[in-house]
Structure formats: C-alpha cells, structure tokens
Design a protein around this ligand. Structure first.
Ligand code: GRF
Length: 202
C-alpha cells in the first residue's frame, strides 16, 4: 500500500473519485493527506467528510520555492510516498518536480501535447479538432509535460461550448484517473469499453 497525498485547489471532483477508488480497493493506496493551497477549496469538505486528514498551505506572499518547501514539509510529515495533483492550480518549482519525479501524477483536460496551460477547451474549439480528451501523466519540471500514463478521448460536437466540452471531458477524467493511478502503483487494471469515450493506457 503506497501512502498517497492528493493536492487540490478547488472542487475536488477528481480527488473524490480517487478517494472512492481507494475505498473500493481499485487503487492499492492509503490516502494520508489531502492538501490545498486554498482554504475555501470545496474539495477539502469532501475529504474531511471522508474522514481524511487535510492541510492548507497558502501560497500568498510566498515565493514558488518557499511554498513548495512548505508543501514538501507536509508531505514528509505524513510520510507520503506518491502524489496525485487533482486540479492543483500552482506551477511547481523545478526542485519540487525533481524531488517527486516518477512519483507524482497530474491530470490535464486535453490530449497532450495539444493545448497546454489554461483555457484548454477554448483552445480545442478554436483549433476545430474533432476529438479532445484528457491525459494522466507523470510530472516533470515542464508544465503539462512528462511521460503519458493514459489518455481518454471524447468527441467534440458541432454545437459544443467550452462548458459542454469540459463536462464531457470531466466525465472521462473520472474514469481515467483511478485506472491510470492503479497502473502506476503496480496493478493491471481492466480498461472499460465504453461508447462515449476511448480509454487507453501506455
Ligand atoms: C480538471 O479538469 C483537471 O483536469 C484540471 O483541473 C480540473 C480539476 O477539477 N487539472 P476537479 O477539482 O477535480 O473537479
């Protein structure tokens, strides 16, 4: 059982899915901490209700390096061995990314390497792509980069808005993330066959 920490900044719907996957035994991990840089992150309430330890490390007034050191201190305190970023809206310092290299996953709502950064769905619609999706990847110092663990592909529809596309991709994220994490932690997860998305692991 790997000791897992989940880093969030907001709603925490991916975090909630990971919590449930751990509960069901789909992911061989023990969640030792949910950490947010924002005290008003909705996901913190979900984590507390699930009986998990939570922590808030505010980024305000801190350099990127100082913030990351505080986060790292929390991760050490709980003995975290693996980290999942789940809507964590801070860019990590190179030192932090290197320290956790190979042991830290991120989920991004596009088919990387397309559409990095913010306003991803606007970027996808502007590019008039026919499919989009999400990517779970190992984190490296470069933003939204690093080895792909898995991707889920969904259709882009004629009348899509950024919101409707985001909703379809979020549903795919919730299927992909637990499976990709399980794979990283040494499992051989079953890949669901679905009509509304195509899921593939590397
Ligand atoms: C997700 O779309 C994820 O891909 C991105 O941030 C969003 C987080 O959503 N990195 P939630 O907080 O998990 O609901």
């Amino acid at each position: 059982m790997k000791k897992l920490a989940i880093l969030i900044s907001g709603r925490g719907s991916n975090m909630a899915v990971l919590i449930n996957a751990v509960k069901r035994g789909q992911v061989p991990a023990e969640i030792v901490l949910v950490l947010s840089n924002r005290s008003d992150a909705k996901g913190l309430e979900i984590a507390r209700e699930a009986g998990l330890e939570t922590a808030v490390v505010s980024h305000k007034g801190l350099s990127r390096e100082a913030f990351d050191q505080k986060v790292n201190a929390e991760l050490s305190r709980v003995g975290a061995e693996f980290v999942c970023l789940a809507g964590f809206m801070r860019i990590l310092s190179e030192a932090f990314a290197r320290e956790w290299e190979g042991r830290m996953l991120n989920i991004h709502p596009s088919l990387l390497p397309l559409f990095k950064g913010l306003h991803v769905h606007e970027q996808a619609l502007a590019a008039k792509v026919a499919v989009s999706g999400c990517t779970v990847h190992l984190v490296t110092p470069d933003l939204d980069d690093g080895p792909t663990i898995g991707q889920a592909v969904v259709q882009v529809r004629e009348n899509d808005t950024p919101d409707t596309l985001a909703a379809r991709i979020q549903a795919a994220e919730h299927v992909l993330y637990p499976i990709a994490l399980a794979k990283c932690l040494g499992e051989n997860p079953e890949i669901p066959i679905r009509e509304d998305m195509l899921i593939s692991l590397r």
